[in-house]
Design a protein around this ligand. Sequence first.
Ligand code: C2E
Ligand code: CA
Ligand code: CA
Ligand code: CA
Length: 274
Amino acid sequence: AFLPVLMIILLIPSVIEKVQVRQDNILIDINAGIRNKEFIPFYQGVYSIEQNRFVGVELLCRWNYKKQKILSPASFINILEDSGQINTVTLELLNQLAIDQELLDTINSEMYFSVNVTVNMLLDDNFVESVIQFLTQNPRLKNRITFELTERDKRFDYIADVKEAMCLLHSHSVKWALDDFGTGYSNFLTMHKLPIDIIKVDRMFISSKNDIISFDILTKIIDLLDTWKLPIIMEGVETEEELNKVKNLSIDLIQGYYFSKPLSVDDFIKYARS
Ligand code: C2E
Ligand code: CA
Ligand code: CA
Ligand code: CA
């Protein structure tokens, strides 16, 4: 038994080294990517059944890796968040939005633009200041930006500071959406009276891949949300069958592949016009 154990012990440092090198490499790639503007927003429309048109878009980060292939957030967003580089990337997404706005406005000039942020970012005064500065420099985006905060964020224990940052940005016309509702700390909203303007219900409650129990839960969630009188967006509606369920619950706002996948600005414009 001695030999295998010895071999494992000898192997460990080289494994660690490899992981370390890969991690270093990706950080170098990310820094180069930020410099070369490889992080770009894709846009996914939010559709209103009542208005029969897109009333908003969510910016979803894509990495146009070495301008050769488009990577999805699953492969890099955690690294950006852990290293704090997400702050820079998010500001870059906002700058890109300021450029794309004119085109997006041709779809609906009242459309709102939704951006994902994390609790960590709100705890960083520099980030909050930069956003305020951005809004001052881009008055055309006043009242048009929504920030999405995910319920899954484990750092909601810093709730007083988070609330302070949310109120400050609120006073600068940023609206707040609570993302992935139903997946995490659902009762903090009522407990802490956060300035939430809109709720995004997580797609696991509508997915046909889940069983009927989820729909039952969804009905109860919608009842609960009705008492708060906040607009609701149903996330991840993919099929006609799922759409009908949502219509039965009189939910008006829908985001999902059924209406549109996340697309580059040009593809989204083409798609929304057709
Ligand atoms: P999220 O904020 O919940 O965004 C919705 C995700 O669901 C997106 O995945 C979107 O493409 C996907 N989705 C939309 N409709 C459907 C549908 O009908 N079916 C299915 N199966 N999926 C659908 P994506 O773009 O891969 O982003 C994943 C997550 O990465 C986001 O989840 C968000 O948490 C994070 N993320 C994306 N962009 C950013 C960003 O700029 N900053 C931060 N901090 N996080 C981001
Ligand atoms: Ca989101
Ligand atoms: Ca503070
Ligand atoms: Ca979500």
